[in-house]
Design a protein around this ligand. Structure first.
Ligand SMILES: Cc1cc2nc3c(=O)[nH]c(=O)nc-3n(C[C@H](O)[C@H](O)[C@H](O)COP(=O)(O)OP(=O)(O)OC[C@H]3O[C@@H](n4cnc5c(N)ncnc54)[C@H](O)[C@@H]3O)c2cc1C
Length: 474
C-alpha cells in the first residue's frame, strides 16, 4: 500500500510521509546512518521529497573512546554481500584485514575452520578512527567505518546535526519536538527543534539515549543487555600477521562466566573481546592469561599497562513495543542478533523500518504490522541462539565431548568432498552468515550426531586407557 497523503483526522498532520515531511534520526551509528540512507533512497524512488535530520554528537574521526561505538569490528560476509549487491562498497582504507578462516581454541586443543566456499570473506574494521594512542601514527593508515556510513547518509541528503538529544516532547498535533543538550553557542538555553513527523531512535544501548524513549508515551522497554569487554592490544602489524594470520581466533574455554572470547587481527592491533555473564576486569584478565590465549602472543609479551579498552553493553533480549505513533526504534536499542552480526542486523532492521514508513505509514499500527514482525522473527531466532549457547556451556565442561567435537571438525576439514556440516555450523555461529535455526538444522543432522557420538566415545575410551596406563592415579 502506498500512503494516500490524505490529511489526518480533525485536520491533524497525516500519519504518513508525504512531500516535505520532516524526519529526525537520533543516533548516527550503523542503525541511524543506514536508516537515513534507506529512507531517503526509497523516498526518492516513490517521488516523495523528505527532510531528514541526523542527530549524532560523536566525532568518528577521533581516536579512542570519544570517536568509537565500541565493538569487535567484524563485518559479516552476508552483510558484505548485501551491501555489494546494492552498490554500497566499503573503501580499502575502511577495511583493515580480510579474514579467511576461524581457529577454534578449546582446553583440549585447536582446529582451523575454513569456509565452504572460497568467496566467503569477512573483514575487520575500526568503528572510530582507531584505538587511543593511534593518533601518533599520522596520517592514520585506516579510516572509521561509522564515519564512512555517516558520510554516505549525508551524500544521500541527510543533514548531520552534531548535537545530543536530551528530551522528546509530543506536540498537540501529535508530532514530536526534540530538546537538545545546550551547546556553548546556545549558552544553556533550552534549544528545541521544530516538530518532526517521524522520529527514528537509533541510540544503541551505551549511554542514556534509551531513556528518551522509555520516558515517552509509547510503552517502550529496552532489550535486556549484558556487559562485554573489548581491548585493543598493540603488537605491531608483523607480529599480528605472524601470530594470528588472516584468521579470527575463537576461544571456548572452561572458564566459569565466559560465553566466548575472540582475538581478531586489525592492522597493528589484535582486538580482544569477551562475552559472558558478569564480565569484569578480573574475568577479562583470567581469560587473557589462559594458556590458549598466551600461546598466541609473542614470548614475554605483556598486556600494555593501559590498553584502549571498554565495557560496552550488548543486546541479549527482545525489546517491548519499540514503536508508537510517529516513533520507531531501530538497531541495538530494539532487536539485534544474539552475539553476532549486530551491524548486519541494524542494516536489515533499518531497511524494514524505511520500507514500512514509506509504504504503510508512520502510525503505531503501521509499524506493528510492517516493522514489528521483522523484529519478532529475529527475536525468535535468538531464542534458539540462547539454547545453542546454553548447550555449549554445558558440554564444554565435558572433556571427551570437547575432544570429540574437535575430531569431527578436523575430519571434515581434511575431506574435500564432505558437506562440512559441523564446520559450517560453527562458521555461521560466529560470522552471522546464517540464522540460528539454520545452524541447528545443520548441526542436528543425523550424520553429525552419529559422528559426534562415535568421536566422543572414542575420546572417552582413549582417556580411560590413558588413565589405566598410569595405574588409575590422578
Ligand atoms: C563487545 C561487542 C562486540 C561486538 N562485535 C561486533 C562485531 O564484530 N560485528 C558486528 O556486526 N557487531 C558487533 N557488535 C554489535 C554492534 O556493535 C552493534 O550491533 C551496533 O553498533 C549497533 O548499532 P546501533 O547504530 O544500533 O548503535 P550504536 O553503534 O551504539 O550507535 C548509537 C549512536 O547513537 C548516538 N546517541 C546515543 N544517544 C544519543 C542522543 N541522546 N542524541 C544523539 N545521539 C545519540 C551515539 O553517540 C551512537 O553513535 C558487538 C557488540 C559488542 C558489545
Amino acid at each position: 500500500m502506498i500512503p494516500s497523503g490524505a490529511a489526518g483526522a480533525g485536520g491533524m498532520p497525516p500519519l504518513e510521509l508525504t512531500g516535505g515531511s520532516r524526519v529526525a534520526v537520533i543516533g548516527g551509528g550503523p542503525a541511524g546512518s543506514l536508516s537515513a540512507c534507506f529512507l531517503l533512497d526509497l523516498a526518492r524512488q516513490f517521488g516523495v521529497s523528505l527532510r531528514v535530520d541526523l542527530y549524532e554528537p560523536r566525532d568518528f574521526t577521533l581516536t579512542g573512546p570519544p570517536g568509537c561505538n565500541m565493538c569487535g569490528g567484524v563485518i559479516s560476509e552476508s552483510l558484505m554481500q548485501k551491501m555489494a549487491a546494492e552498490g554500497i562498497s566499503l573503501p580499502r582504507e575502511v577495511l583493515l584485514d580480510a579474514i579467511d578462516s576461524y581457529v577454534l581454541h578449546t582446553d583440549s586443543g585447536a582446529v582451523a575452520i575454513r569456509p565452504l566456499h572460497e568467496e566467503m570473506r569477512i573483514a575487520s574494521i575500526f568503528r572510530g578512527a582507531g584505538p587511543m594512542g593511534a593518533e601518533s601514527q599520522s596520517p592514520l593508515p585506516w579510516s572509521s567505518f561509522d564515519h564512512h556510513l555517516l558520510e554516505m547518509a549525508r551524500r544521500q541528503g541527510a543533514l548531520h546535526i552534531a548535537r545530543r538529544v536530551r528530551r522528546l516532547e509530543r506536540c498537540t498535533d501529535g508530532r514530536v519536538r526534540l530538546h537538545l543538550q545546550p551547546s556553548r553557542q546556545t549558552e544553556g538555553a533550552d534549544d528545541a527543534s521544530d516538530p518532526y513527523d517521524l522520529v527514528i531512535g537509533c541510540v544503541g544501548l551505551n549511554g542514556a539515549g534509551v531513556k528518551l524513549f522509555e520516558e515517552f508515551d509509547i510503552g517502550y522497554r529496552p532489550p535486556k543487555s549484558a556487559r562485554a569487554w573489548v581491548s585493543e592490544l598493540y603488537m605491531g602489524a608483523e607480529e599480528v600477521r605472524a601470530r594470528l594470520g588472516n584468521a579470527m581466533h575463537i576461544f571456548l574455554l572452561d572458564v566459569p562466566g565466559m560465553k566466548f572470547a575472540a582475538l581478531t587481527p586489525k592492522g597493528h592491533y589484535a582486538t580482544f573481546i569477551l562475552l559472558g555473564e558478569g564480565v569484569n576486569e578480573e574475568l577479562a584478565s583470567q581469560v587473557c592469561h589462559s594458556r590458549a590465549i598466551r600461546e598466541l602472543f609473542p614470548e614475554g609479551w605483556e598486556t600494555p599497562v593501559r590498553p584502549c579498552h571498554c565495557m560496552p553493553r550488548i543486546n541479549v533480549g527482545p525489546p517491548t513495543r519499540p514503536f508508537g505513533d510517529r516513533l520507531v526504534l531501530v538497531g541495538d536499542c530494539a532487536s539485534s542478533r544474539l552475539y553476532k552480526d549486530g551491524i548486519g542486523a541494524a542494516y536489515r532492521m533499518a531497511k524494514a523500518c524505511a520500507y514500512t514508513a514509506l509504504t504503510r505509514g508512520i502510525s503505531a499500527e503501521a509499524f506493528r504490522l510492517g516493522y514489528w514482525p521483522a523484529c519478532q522473527e529475529m527475536d525468535r531466532d535468538n531464542r534458539l541462539g540462547h539454547l545453542l549457547f546454553s548447550m555449549d556451556g554445558l558440554l564444554r565442561h565435558v572433556p571427551p565431548f570437547r575432544r570429540g567435537m574437535l575430531q569431527v571438525i578436523r575430519d571434515e576439514q581434511e575431506r574435500s568432498d564432505d558437506p562440512r556440516r559441523m564446520s559450517s555450523a560453527m562458521w555461521d555461529t560466529f560470522t552471522g552468515s546464517s540464522s540460528y535455526k539454520e545452524i541447528f538444522r545443520r548441526a542436528g543432522h543425523p550424520v553429525i550426531l552419529w559422528r559426534l557420538l562415535v568421536a566422543t566415545l572414542g575420546a572417552l575410551l582413549s582417556g580411560l586407557a590413558f588413565w589405566r596406563g598410569r595405574g588409575g592415579t590422578a
